[in-house]
Ligand binder design. Structure first.
Ligand SMILES: [Zn+2]
Length: 199
């Protein structure tokens, strides 16, 4: 490995002297008892979705407490659930994060949540492509996964996203994948899709 020279290299774990990748990975797995990843919308009206999913699933600790060692460093957390906030809660934007979380902590449940009156239901793919063409002079018609640009039917979008996750090589086949609909006004969660992992 080349000698690191960046200004913040002391904060890069893999740049520390004596770095041992398998030992580091083991330490991360011990640091957070993670089991569930929630993929939800970045809409500021629905920031409580991870909390609602933790209550829905039961047997979850969220947000948990940060564990601080004798030196004052933040070295872990008691949480079992973490969340990825992306536009409309579409899975396509979250798959890399799921893979990283699986690699470092292990993932048993992946929960996709789409919510009522989402901004993702306020436009069409054609409308967004057209506006980028006029307002920015750019063609985004092939820039994104066509089935993930917006939401026109919640059962279809949740089915699409759970299938997308299930078919991804970066998602553990043992993980259970859920697709839930969230009522933005009442906070009610409705299970639309459940795809059990292979044991
Ligand atoms: Zn939304």
């Amino acid at each position: 490995m080349s000698i690191p020279t960046g200004k913040f290299q002391e904060y890069v774990l893999s740049a520390h002297e004596g770095f041992n990748e398998p030992a580091m990975r083991e330490a991360f797995a011990q640091a957070v008892p993670l089991k569930t990843v929630v993929i939800y919308c970045l809409d500021p009206r629905v920031t409580e979705i991870p909390q609602a999913v933790a209550a829905y699933l039961g047997d979850e600790t969220y947000p948990g407490e940060v564990i601080i060692n004798e030196s004052g460093s933040r070295v872990g957390s008691t949480t079992t659930l973490t969340a990825v906030a992306v536009a409309a809660g579409r899975a396509v934007d979250a798959i890399r994060s799921v893979s990283v979380l699986e690699h470092l902590f292990g993932v048993r449940n992946i929960v996709v949540v789409h919510h009522s009156n989402c901004g993702g239901t306020s436009y069409s793919a054609e409308g967004m492509i057209e506006s980028f063409h006029h307002e920015h002079g750019t063609d985004i018609s092939h820039a994104y996964d066509a089935g993930s640009v917006c939401i026109t039917d919640f059962e279809a979008s949740l089915t699409y996203d759970t299938k997308l996750l299930r078919s991804s090589p970066g998602v553990p086949k043992e993980a259970t994948i859920l697709g839930l609909f969230y009522n933005t006004d009442t906070g009610e969660l409705t299970e639309v899709v459940r795809n059990e992992g292979v044991s």
